[in-house]
Write a protein that binds this ligand. Structure first.
Ligand SMILES: [Zn+2]
Length: 168
C-alpha cells in the first residue's frame, strides 16, 4: 500500500512594529495628515527544497530582514509616488508635496525635510498597498517561500497579502 504523507508547516513571526504618518488623498477623514502604530505579522510556508538543516529560516534572521525593510518607514511621513494627483518634488533638502484634491477642487502643499519622509512606489498609502509592498519586499529577500504579511493599522484593522517569488 502506498502512503502519501503531506506535511504542512507555517512559520510565524509576530509583534514587529513601526510608527508612521500618512494621508489618503480624497478621503474625508484620512485625507488629513495623521499617524498609526503599525504592527506586522509575517508567516512563511516552505517548499520541500526550502527547508535546510530542519529550519525554514532562523527567526533572528527573518526578524533582521523584516526590520531592515520597516525601519525605512519608521517615524516617517509615507509619501506615495505614483498617484497622478500627488506631485513630489525634492529640492534643497526638502520634499515639496502638492496634493490636487479633485473632490474639493483644492490644491494643498506640504513642505517637509527629506529626512522626515519615505517615498513609496504606490498610488496610495492605504493599508492594502503598504501590505502588498511589504510582502513583495520580504518575498524578494526570501525566494522560494510563500510569504504572508499581515499589516495591522489599528488593533482591530489589518490587511493580509500573500506573495510567492520563485528561486532566481
Ligand atoms: Zn491612516
Amino acid at each position: 500500500m502506498l502512503y502519501v504523507i503531506c506535511i504542512l508547516m507555517e512559520l510565524h513571526l509576530t509583534g514587529l512594529h513601526f510608527s508612521a504618518s500618512h494621508f489618503l488623498l480624497g478621503h474625508p477623514k484620512c485625507g488629513r495628515l495623521h499617524g498609526h502604530n503599525y504592527k506586522v505579522d509575517v508567516h512563511l510556508e516552505p517548499t520541500e527544497t526550502t527547508i535546510k538543516n530542519g529550519m525554514i529560516i532562523d527567526f533572528a534572521q527573518l526578524r533582521i530582514i523584516v526590520n531592515r525593510i520597516i525601519e525605512v518607514w519608521d517615524h516617517k511621513l509615507l509619501v506615495p509616488t505614483t498617484n497622478k494627483n500627488i506631485e513630489v518634488v525634492q529640492a534643497d533638502g526638502n520634499m515639496r508635496i502638492v496634493l490636487h484634491d479633485k473632490d474639493v477642487e483644492k490644491t494643498e502643499r506640504i513642505v517637509i525635510p527629506e529626512r522626515h519622509c519615505s517615498l513609496l512606489n504606490v498610488t496610495d498609502t492605504t493599508c492594502e498597498k503598504m501590505t502588498d509592498a511589504l510582502a513583495q519586499a520580504i518575498s524578494d529577500a526570501l525566494p522560494g517561500l510563500l510569504v504572508r504579511v499581515t499589516l495591522w493599522e489599528t488593533e482591530n484593522s489589518g490587511v493580509s497579502s500573500d506573495v510567492y517569488s520563485r528561486d532566481r
